[in-house]
Write a protein that binds this ligand. Structure first.
Ligand code: ZN
Ligand code: ZN
Ligand code: FE
Length: 764
């Protein structure tokens, strides 16, 4: 009799790993045990050598679909004389940690049971199994076991307990297992009173939605505000109540067929839509779609997701509507509501009713947003995947990004807007769920709770803190206070270096690269607002090899709201006149023009900027697209949406050593505007010219440095038109091009870069 001891780490908890091991061992007639510890899954098994070999092989080959094995060690020895195979009690190992599974959308088996009238969970909104259901959002601590989840208060009924304990059952050790007898329930609440429960509540919710009402629906990671997306009045009312102007709303549709009625969907997009993370996928809208313009004003794409909880599926089993707006349950800028009381408090003015339930959400987690970016060129783009993340949250977080080397335990506090933070342990970088814009107390509180939770879950006590150099970021101030209190080393990281490093970390790059960081706003070494940067960078340090030429930004970051003002400042700095034929100029009366001119001449509250985002704002305004915006990047997004893909002309930038000059391009653009050239052509010519300027600048830097790897990072690279054109040009020249595939190219990925830089510096 031989024995083997196996230790497995990776995502192996909450994904049906122990039952899988149990069944495999029993099939092979092995004796012994399997257990979860906070350091992974440990197995001891007795059997003959052939059976043990086959056991080890199958552990790796047939592992459950949601698991991911990182390390696998096995050592043979004499048998222990076990007489049966058991799943034994979980154990917490000091200081050890394990990745935790993100939340997983309902699986096909559970979906079948949900609509099977003979099943005891028929139409039960909390059906789940070992392969699906809530994970990250209900876990309070590790190891992942029911007492450490928000399901702890629901005592299993005899039927559920039997399933839970039966190794042949597909709910064997499914921690959130529940049924109508013993589990959570839903109800509909209006004016602080419970109106209906269970199926009745769901039916009434559907009726209200069909009538154009707005209902707050409690989901996996927080509340959504739902309304019928084909009802213009309802959507407009929702915008008014939420104080959200123009910014697109996410949509939920019951199946791919309905999605295809409204959007163009490629195979890669289908794959993302139906993946177990069920993200919001950005899709091109079809011209004949009945979804009202108010959902996504002046844009040609929609953010669409499939139902991912049983409750969502139940909402769509009626013939009253097929498309719902599902936007986060919050007032604009605040974090998404998760507690019932919090929702009653904060959402009462926003929702006509609440579809609530009593399974608590331990940590908030917004829907993720992704798009497909496939390069269609014969390029050397590295790590071909089609996903291009915009917001990485539910379904992805807290799945770690793997780093190329072991790093100390660190905390990186991220950016001001679209904040995420990142903690590291071993080779894992745990990027947090989406925290949001750190502009109010609520969000800061959510950030602090998130950090504490991650430190506990992943057993991290930071040895150093990395943060953005911007002195006024709330995340930076948190970092400084925290580091001082704990007496920890502080590592300041330049914003655009962090962007480039985030992309390097994803691809495991250590050697220097040419980093093209195009962005809205970031604090520069010289105190200016950077954002059109060409860096020669490795994971420790960088040099600014070239930049977009500086222009003044009257009012600083406040100028973000008024592209017309940025446009005039740009013209002034280039020595171009404020011609009254330009819409941007007409935005200012004579008096205001004088004031602005004085402000520019005297440099009153007027920092210099090399921001590519602000350049996009300015040219969008000059092209007549938008003079004021309601959210960051709006002008640029609408400008991009107009670009005529067939147009080959371009505005030529002045590429000099260390500088990209814009005068010639802006002049040509204005000439076209005056000549009445269609905005679609103007937009395309600007994009074409900028891509060419990137190619020329990168080529110069490459000649000087011999570097051939180019990293594209920063929020402006969400502009797919620019991304596609740039990659097309660079790849023809044979550069190796790296783009984001795991974390967002915008500030949502910044903390990963900060952590990577801090780790590299500490490593020496
Ligand atoms: Zn399931
Ligand atoms: Zn039960
Ligand atoms: Fe940024």
């Amino acid at each position: 009799m031989n024995g083997v001891k196996v230790h497995i780490t990776g995502v192996v908890q909450g994904v049906g790993f122990r039952p899988f091991v149990y069944n495999l061992a029993t099939d092979l007639n092995l004796k012994g045990w399997v257990k979860n510890t906070s350091a992974g899954v440990v197995i001891e098994a007795d059997g003959d050598r052939d059976a043990l070999d086959s056991f080890l092989q199958k552990l790796r080959d047939d592992a459950p679909p949601l698991s991911r094995i990182d390390d696998f060690t096995a050592s043979f020895g004499p048998g222990n004389g076990f007489t049966q195979f058991d799943i034994i009690h979980s154990e917490s190992v000091d200081g050890a940690f394990q990745p935790i599974s993100p939340d997983v959308s309902i699986c096909d088996n559970c979906l079948r049971e949900l609509f099977d009238p003979n099943d005891r969970r028929y139409r039960y909104p909390f059906i789940n199994c070992t392969n699906c259901g809530p994970r990250f959002t209900i876990i309070q601590d590790i190891p992942y076991d029911r007492p450490f989840t928000t399901m702890a208060g629901f005592k299993l009924c005899p039927d559920c307990e039997r399933e839970y304990k039966d190794p042949t059952n597909r709910r064997f050790h499914a921690q959130p297992v529940a049924c109508p007898v013993c589990g959570p329930r839903v109800w509909l609440e209006q004016n602080a009173e419970v109106r209906m429960q269970n199926d009745e509540a769901i039916a009434e919710t559907c009726k209200m939605l069909a009538e154009g009402k707005i209902v707050a629906v409690k989901g996996l990671g927080g509340f959504h505000l739902a309304c019928d997306a084909t009802n213009a009045n309802a959507v407009t009312e929702l915008r008014t109540r939420k104080l959200r102007v123009d910014k697109p709303f996410a949509l939920m549709m019951p199946d791919l067929e309905i999605i295809e009625e409204h959007c163009f969907v490629s195979e890669a997009e289908k794959e993302l839509l139906t993946s177990s993370a069920r993200p919001i996928v950005l899709l091109k809208k079809k011209p004949n779609s009945t979804i009202v313009e108010e959902v996504s004003p002046r844009q040609d794409w929609l953010g669409v997701m499939l139902p991912y909880t049983p409750l969502h599926h139940l909402l769509f089993t009626n013939s009253l509507f097929t498309v719902l707006v599902m936007t986060s349950g919050n007032l604009s800028e605040e974090p998404i509501a998760i507690d019932n009381d919090e929702a009653r408090d904060r959402l009462t003015k926003l929702a006509d009713a609440f579809l609530m339930h009593n399974r608590d959400i331990h940590i908030r987690c917004d829907d993720s947003v992704v798009r497909v970016f496939e390069d269609n060129y014969q390029s050397k783009i590295v790590n071909r995947k089609s996903i291009y993340p915009i917001r990485r949250s539910r379904g992805y977080s807290p799945f770690p990004v793997k780093l190329p080397f072991d790093v100390p335990q660190l905390l990186a506090t991220g950016s001001e807007l679209k904040n995420t933070f990142c903690i590291t342990n071993g080779k894992c970088a745990f990027l947090s769920h989406h925290i949001g814009d750190m502009e109010n107390y609520e969000t800061l509180k959510s950030f602090e709770q998130g950090v504490e939770h991650f430190e506990r879950l992943f057993r991290v006590k930071p040895e150093a803190i990395a943060y953005d150099m911007h002195p006024n970021y709330l995340a930076t101030r948190y970092a400084l206070e925290h580091a001082e209190r704990e007496n920890l080393p502080m590592i300041a990281v330049q914003h655009h270096h962090a962007h480039v490093a985030a992309c390097m970390a994803e691809h495991g790059l250590i050697e220097p690269v040419i980093g093209v960081s195009f962005d809205g706003t970031g604090y520069g070494d010289d105190g200016a607002i950077w954002g059109g940067e060409f860096l020669v960078a490795d994971a420790k340090s960088y040099q600014r090899a070239a930049q977009l030429e500086y222009f003044p930004l009257p009012g600083g970051d406040a100028a973000i709201k008024k592209p017309a003002r940025t446009a005039l400042a740009l013209l002034w700095s280039l020595g171009l006149e404020w011609d009254e034929r330009l819409t941007s100029v007409l935005e200012f009366c004579a008096e205001d023009q004088v004031t602005l001119r004085v402000q520019l001449e005297k440099r009153i509250n007027t920092p210099m900027t090399s921001s590519m985002g602000r350049l996009f704002d300015a040219v969008s305004a000059l092209a007549g697209v938008r003079q004021k915006v309601n959210y960051e990047g709006q002008a640029a997004i609408e400008f991009e949406a107009m670009a005529d893909s067939a147009e080959a002309g371009m505005y030529v930038f002045g590429v000099e050593a260390g500088r990209v000059r814009v005068r010639s391009a802006v002049e040509a653009l204005i000439k076209d505007v005056m000549a009445g050239i269609p905005t679609s052509k103007i937009s395309a010519r600007f994009h074409n010219g900028l891509a060419e300027a990137v190619r020329e600048t990168v080529t110069k830097i490459s000649r000087d440095t011999s570097l051939r790897s180019v990293v594209l990072s920063g929020g402006v690279w969400q502009n797919i038109t620019l991304l596609r054109k740039t990659i097309s040009l660079l790849s023809k020249d044979g550069f190796e091009i790296y783009t984001h595939r795991e974390v967002p190219t915008n500030d949502g990925g910044l903390s990963l870069g900060q952590a990577y830089i801090a780790a590299s510096r500490l490593r020496g």
